[in-house]
Design a protein around this ligand. Structure first.
Ligand code: HEM
Length: 396
């Protein structure tokens, strides 16, 4: 959670060595020759990489050009998303995330969300192709398939998509046969995902401590008050039909809230894979939502909102993609061997949402006037004044 900067365990993003994955980053000391536009961007290589398979029979199909360019554009955006996500994961992978780091995280994750927005919209360009045009070159594509988009899988893994939640676990592993792809995939599965890091960060939310503000206990008491008041209101309902349905609604609420006020019930749901976050992290997220107007929770609240935006946008991406696939293929099978439309449709479900817990927080929100008031100590801990004080001492 946001606090003073930590330079001991974690290394600030800016202090990382000048080499990132397969990229060389020039040190400021090295003398770098200026380059003209096309050389700087390696345009000769980039733009000569449109290799139309339909050209083999000397009759290139016009729309195959668009098909290739669109896929390449997506892969470039995927590369940028991975670049941003890696930097955010590094910045979050410390014991204490400072306010300054939090701003960087927000800026980069917001950028990822905006890229996904473009990716969602971009399908419209490919929709200008007709199924008949597609049929003209589709035969050349097999065994190539979107299943083999390594970067797409890496994004899912680095976000925290779990293998066991996927419909097609077997095919995913089979799709990547070369050792380099396999090792990249493996790394993306074993490193802490963004979701893992967000969970650790939320567990440190100030105010959760049992010997301090103890938000879980206060919230549970507030829920009990709220449910008791609701029950009292429904007892006054005179119409038997209305009362019956109000009682049913109330019982449902009691069951829902049981998961929150009863850690054991929560953990049972977690074992059943219905919840991803630990109880403590979930409580942290709930606390941030309840007190989002407190200065020190502004940025964390925005961060949680952006994580949900990204989940929503990826679901929209899957939806637009499946619509496109249905429009082009109808019920035909995919070149990667899946059932095509039916398979893709099954991926637009909640099991593919990495931050589903954050969406579910709304089930546990109670009316504002029931939310436990902050103590003076807690209130000052969450004020900007306190943040400033921490930053000043930090600078000494
Ligand atoms: C004519 C356009 C397209 C059609 C008909 C189509 C069709 C399909 C089908 C049927 C699959 C399931 C796997 C298979 O059996 O092959 C698939 C998967 C996939 N496609 Fe496409 N696709 C199209 C365009 C695109 C574009 C532009 C992208 C951008 C990168 C893309 C990325 C993917 C990815 C990442 C998967 C794996 C999805 C998953 O397993 O969750 N596809 N596509």
């Amino acid at each position: 959670m946001a606090d003073k900067e930590n330079h001991t365990n974690g290394v600030a993003d800016e202090d990382k060595p000048a080499r990132f994955g397969s990229y060389n980053v020039h040190s400021s000391a090295a003398k770098v020759e200026g380059k003209i536009y096309k050389d700087y961007l390696h345009l000769d290589g980039l733009l000569s990489n449109v290799d139309m398979m339909s050209a083999v029979n000397l009759k290139p199909v016009h729309d195959e050009h668009l098909f290739i360019i669109i896929h390449q554009t997506y892969e470039l955006w995927f590369k940028q998303i991975i670049w941003e996500m890696d930097s955010v994961r590094r910045t979050l992978n410390v014991d204490v995330v400072g306010e300054r780091s939090m701003l960087t995280i927000l800026q980069r994750m917001n950028r990822v969300a905006l890229i996904w927005k473009i990716c969602v919209e971009q399908f419209a360009v490919l929709e200008t192709m007709t199924p008949l045009d597609f049929m003209e070159f589709r035969g050349f594509l097999a065994p190539g398939s979107g299943f083999q988009s390594l970067q797409f899988r890496i994004i899912e893994n680095k976000l925290g998509q779990k293998m066991e939640n996927r419909v097609n676990q077997h095919t995913i592993i089979q799709s990547f046969q070369d050792p380099d792809s396999q090792s990249q995939l493996q790394v993306s599965l074993t490193e802490p995902s963004l979701c893992d890091l967000v969970i650790r960060w939320l567990e440190r939310t100030p105010g959760l401590e049992e010997d301090g503000f103890n938000f879980p206990q206060r919230y549970a008491a507030a829920v009990r008050r709220y449910l008791a008041d609701e029950e009292a209101v429904l007892q006054t309902e005179e119409d038997p039909e209305q009362r019956k349905s109000a009682e049913a609604e109330w019982k449902k609420q009691v069951e829902t809230f049981d998961v929150l006020v009863n850690e054991r019930a929560y953990n049972v749901e977690r074992q059943l894979n219905k919840r991803r976050m630990t109880y403590k992290a979930f409580m942290g997220a709930l606390m941030v939502s309840c007190y989002s107007s407190q200065e020190r929770f502004h940025l964390p609240h925005q961060f949680l909102t952006i994580l949900m935006d990204i989940d929503s946008l990826m679901t929209k991406w899957r939806y637009n993609h499946v619509m496109l696939a249905q429009r082009m293929l109808g019920s035909k099978t995919g070149t990667g061997g899946s059932s095509g439309y039916l398979y893709l449709r099954s991926t637009i479900s909640d099991r593919y949402k990495v931050f589903l817990d954050l969406f579910n927080i709304s089930s546990f929100i109670i009316p504002r006037h029931y939310i436990p008031p902050l103590t003076d100590h807690m209130s000052s801990q969450l004020s900007a004044h306190e943040t400033l004080r921490l930053s000043v001492s930090d600078a000494k």
